[in-house]
Design a protein around this ligand. Structure first.
Ligand code: 13P
Ligand code: SF4
Length: 347
């Protein structure tokens, strides 16, 4: 091991000794050194989502965080290249805010079931059905959907964004569960239009304040109240944390629900004997590494197949081979960037 690799290995080991076996750390430390050299050569910044595997999370990113955090970091960077260790909609958001920079996503397969659940035409149809009602779109969507929206949100600012619109009604897309969790927290009634013979239809004529869509996160929708009860039977004092992409029944049965950053903060600042984190399992490893004294439980039979396609090997190739370049047609980019920028301004 040369001195540089040794230094990287030592740094990674200090955090990951109890999480990643040594044999893997040695290999990953070598790759991390190569990536960091290329990062300097190409004047690049690496952004890493909280769901990245521990060896990647604790070695190469200049910034780690949740979707909102990373959008802010993308907006502020002065580097020429942004490598996004996350999924496509996140890399696209970085491109929206940085049209002149090269944005790279290390895997072509890093999609998202929520982003795939809605099209720009769906949003236009909703706007035709509810004229004048503002559209809030979760960042977990593609640029053409953001372009049809008034403002974006993430799970950490959704309520503040809805509040900021000061509107009797809002269209909130596309996550059925995030919308239902926000509606419950804000005391609003939500309806979900259906696709009928003549396009979108509403069969609820009562009073309502939110209009949702039936998109789901293929990971978070799988957690159930029964999972929580079963774990609580085994660990009666466990603190259960869930992401707001989980169903309202699951978030209600949890001790805390919040964005990935909010869950990380909750574990850091509290003193339960165990924690169960209902979200992508790699984040449980990352929290365990940062809080070695805490006992982390996680249900790893549910994984995000998209986040998991981002590896250190692919990140190295992304920088070496300049792939996969994210592009957004300018006419869409300008409108989509407006929705993201409005969100960032809210704070
Ligand atoms: P956060 O905004 O909480 O990081 O969530 C992003 C995501 O994709 C969760 O599944
Ligand atoms: Fe999308 Fe769910 Fe994966 Fe997050 S965890 S990227 S919402 S599929």
């Amino acid at each position: 091991m040369n001195a540089e690799v040794q230094a990287m290995y030592d740094k990674m080991r200090a955090k990951l000794e109890k999480v990643v076996p040594d044999v893997e750390l040695r290999i990953k430390a070598e790759i991390a050194v190569e990536i960091n050299a290329l990062k300097v050569e190409r004047n690049a910044v690496i952004l890493g989502h909280n769901y990245m595997e521990p060896a990647l999370f604790y070695s190469i990113p200049d910034f780690v965080g949740d979707s909102l955090d990373l959008s802010r970091k993308a907006a502020q960077t002065d580097k020429d290249v942004i490598v996004f260790c996350g999924v496509r909609f996140m890399a696209e958001t970085a491109k929206l805010l940085n049209p002149t920079k090269t944005v790279l996503l290390p895997s072509e397969k890093a999609g998202c079931s929520l982003a795939a659940s809605i099209t720009a035409q769906d949003v236009r149809d909703l706007k035709a059905l509810f004229p004048g009602v503002p559209v809030v779109t979760y960042v977990n969507t593609y640029a053409d959907v953001k372009a049809e929206s008034d403002i974006c949100c993430t799970s950490s600012n959704a309520m503040a964004v809805v509040e900021s619109l000061k509107s009797d009604k809002v269209i909130f897309l596309p996550d059925e569960y995030l919308a239902a969790n926000v509606a419950r927290e804000m005391g609003k009634k939500i309806i979900y239009p259906k696709k009928g013979k003549n396009g979108l239809e509403v069969d609820d004529t009562g009073d309502y304040q939110m209009i949702g869509w039936r998109g789901r996160c293929e990971v978070h929708e799988k957690f159930t109240v029964n999972d929580i009860q079963t774990v609580r039977a085994q660990f009666p004092e466990v603190a259960v944390l869930s992401h707001p992409e989980c169903s309202p029944d699951v978030t209600a049965a949890s001790d805390f629900s919040g964005s990935t950053n909010a869950m990380i903060k909750f574990v850091k600042e509290s003193t339960a004997p165990q924690y169960l984190v209902l979200t992508e399992c790699a984040m449980g490893d990352n929290i365990a590494a940062a809080n070695p004294e805490k006992d982390m439980l996680r249900l790893c039979m549910v994984r995000c197949p998209h986040m998991n396609t981002i590896t250190m090997e692919d990140t190295l190739n992304a920088l070496k081979l300049n792939r996969y370049v994210i592009d957004v047609p300018e006419e869409i980019r300008v409108r989509a960037a407006r929705s993201v920028q409005r969100m960032i301004e809210i704070g």
